[in-house]
Design a protein around this ligand. Structure first.
Ligand SMILES: [Zn+2]
Length: 249
């Protein structure tokens, strides 16, 4: 194990909301822009992990310029996910807007592999029933019709997937957050994670789903209710002590 100091950056963009009052509330869209680099002497191209989300954020940002929802949307390409979600921890710990004004975080990490008709939702049902409902509404209204798999939302899952992407630091602050995820493959973190192996139709559908969900949450009457975990009733740093968000019983 070698340790070293280095500098890296999050990249942040904002699409201002169209409503004069609600534009002071936010939907955050995130995806990590870093990759593994070289593992065991081999280049890890990182097409699915996480070229897919880095590109999805650009496309969604451009689409949002044509259809501003009422709330503002913050797009954040976070750094250092592969080193322990450093960029997303930094973002929410040094949040440029009041944390209690963030309705939800929609995180993307690997969007273009596995079953073309299904997607994993990680965490969507753990803090707000309205987040999961919003995703389901967007899914059916836009005709995308993914089947959703919630197995990784379980904190006790042996692969600890719930703890492993950039939605998690937001959940720790009591912000309803989800990781849109197409699942692991045997190419994960290897030289085989190449652009040719991405299912572009699935990638497109997943990107459109995140966009439609951002519009739905961005235009909702109120920010998402915290109605699932009785210990989490408001957003903020006080939730960092809430063990139900990180301790597996
Ligand atoms: Zn990743």
């Amino acid at each position: 194990m070698e340790t070293y100091n280095s500098t890296s950056r999050n990249v942040v963009a904002v699409v201002e909301g169209s409503d004069p009052v609600l534009k002071n509330e936010y939907v955050v869209l995130s995806g990590h822009h870093d990759g593994r680099g070289i593992d065991d002497g081999e280049i890890v191209p990182g097409a699915d992990d996480n070229g897919t989300a880095a590109i999805a954020l650009m496309e969604i940002g451009q689409a949002l310029l044509a259809e501003h929802p009422k709330r503002s949307v913050i797009l954040v390409w976070v750094t250092g996910e592969e080193q322990g979600m450093n960029g997303s921890h930094y973002f929410i710990n040094n949040c440029p807007v009041p944390v209690e004004k963030i309705s939800a975080c929609l995180d993307m990490d690997m969007l273009g592999r596995n079953n073309p008709d299904s997607l994993y939702l990680v965490g969507s049902d753990l803090l707000s029933s309205e987040l999961d409902a919003s995703i389901r509404r967007a899914n059916s209204k836009s005709g995308i019709n993914f089947g959703f798999d919630y197995r990784y939302s379980n904190l006790t899952h042996p692969q600890r997937v719930y703890f492993r992407s950039d939605h998690y630091p937001f959940i720790r602050f009591g912000i309803p957050s989800v990781w849109f995820f197409s699942g692991f493959t045997s190419d994960y973190h290897s030289y085989r994670d190449v652009a040719e192996a991405v299912d572009y139709l699935k990638f497109l559908k997943a990107t459109r789903l995140v966009y439609a969900t951002a519009i739905d949450i961005g235009n909702a009457k109120t920010i998402l209710k915290l109605d699932v975990n009785p210990a989490v009733t408001s957003r903020g740093a006080h939730n960092l002590k809430e063990t139900s968000l990180f301790q597996v019983k």
